[in-house]
Design a protein around this ligand. Structure first.
Ligand code: DCP
Ligand code: MG
Length: 363
């Protein structure tokens, strides 16, 4: 692809993925409020995802099952079947491959596709996205939503706009207006803390952000300020990267007040470990190395790691390892502002799909 050409990027995201697969495979669950994951008594565990019927009651991903049960007393909890989701995910990727080889999966249920030049010379990204959605519906009895635009950032947000079973196209001439109106909470990659900081600065939308100079954005937000500067102007040159290897998966949290007490730190680690375990599940990954990150009140950051001979992904193992790593740093020299846990050194079971550079060159 020659730089400068307007790219055609599609982002596809399956609708209520795990829950839809369960409803597809078990007719008794169709039309019903279901949650995949969590425990039936509402004791412990969190919801991986909920059917759209359950979402009407406010049930959401990552919600404790206890809360889900309160919101929706008739909810049915279903045990996840990750091997089935992985298989469906592979079938969806086979469908993508009919149209392009430039596919970047973000998780089992979503991927970017670059169809600037598609394999069938269809030309229209909208037609390709509709064909893909139809194939997923006809061949897999599932629905997916699509976002189409000139870059990854806009395509990804667009795919969420008409969920479920929707398609949203943001054409080249509409991108800047789209970004102007976009609320910063919906910016992909902007977490709660950053969002609060932006609001305190009077930045609520892309248009607000555009009023800041590059220097101001970098001063306030560091390196990512560069990205913000570009993205509000509709510029996102990140390529769709096929076979990009995930290096690490983790989660971290900045606390309202600095923490000192071991019990409190343990509670936070337990919470963060559950999120990490969920993310690993979602990506079907296990890691050999667990890393604990600690940021102190003076912004000094330290990390401590432990490696296992076998890859791990279990929340309890991650929690205990993180606690053990924390132990070695106690008592804290000063208040702890942030804790993070990540896993790396995966064997992701997809190594057979690993990139063969020779395949890429076509003359
Ligand atoms: N998932 C999870 N834990 C989370 C979020 C997601 O285990 N906190 C899993 C279950 C989802 C799948 O990943 O089915 C895909 O995540 P999405 O965020 O795309 O959510 P869904 O596909 O379930 O719903 P949507 O229709 O909103 O895309
Ligand atoms: Mg989805």
């Amino acid at each position: 692809m020659v730089m400068g050409i307007t790219r055609k990027i599609i982002h596809i995201d399956m609708d209520a993925f795990y829950a839809s697969v369960e409803q597809r495979d078990n007719p008794d669950l169709r039309g019903k409020a279901i949650a995949v994951g969590g425990s039936p008594e509402g004791r412990g565990g969190v919801v991986a995802t909920a059917s759209y019927e359950a979402r009407q009651f406010g049930v959401r991903s990552a919600m404790p099952s206890k809360k889900a049960l309160q919101l929706c007393p008739n909810i049915i909890f279903v045990k996840p079947r990750f091997d089935v989701y992985k298989e469906v995910s592979n079938r969806v990727r086979d469908i993508f491959r009919r149209y392009t080889d430039i596919i970047e999966p973000l998780s089992l249920d979503e991927a970017y596709l670059d169809v600037t030049e598609d394999n069938q010379q269809i030309g229209s990204a909208i037609t390709i996205a509709e064909n893909i959605r139809a194939a997923i519906r006809d061949e897999l009895q599932l629905t997916a939503s699509a976002g189409i635009s000139i870059n990854k950032f806009v395509a990804k947000i667009a795919s969420g706009m008409k969920k479920p079973d929707g398609l949203t196209f943001i054409g080249p001439s509409k991108v800047e207006e789209f970004m102007d109106k976009l609320e910063i909470d919906r910016f992909y990659g902007v977490g709660k803390v950053t969002a609060e900081k932006m609001k305190a600065l009077g930045i609520f939308t892309g248009a607000d952000m555009k009023k800041l100079t590059l220097q101001q954005l970098v001063d306030h937000f560091g390196k990512v300020g560069n990205f913000f500067y570009q993205i509000v102007r509709g510029i996102d040159d990140r390529p769709v990267e096929p076979f990009r290897e995930t290096q690490s998966i983790g989660a971290e949290d900045t606390f309202q007040a600095d923490l000192f007490v071991e019990e409190e730190l343990h509670k936070e680690l337990e919470r963060i470990a559950v999120i990490v375990a969920q993310r690993l599940d979602k990506h079907n990954l296990k890691g050999r190395t667990v890393t604990l990150k600690i940021k102190y009140s003076n912004f000094k950051i330290i990390t401590r790691s432990k490696s296992f001979s076998e890859p791990v992904s279990d929340a309890l193992v991650i929690t205990n390892t993180a606690k053990e790593l924390l132990e070695g740093t106690l008592p804290p020299p000063r208040g702890i502002r942030l804790l993070g846990i990540s896993l790396s050194r995966f064997n992701d079971g997809t190594s057979s799909e690993k990139f063969d550079p020779q395949l890429k060159i076509e003359f």
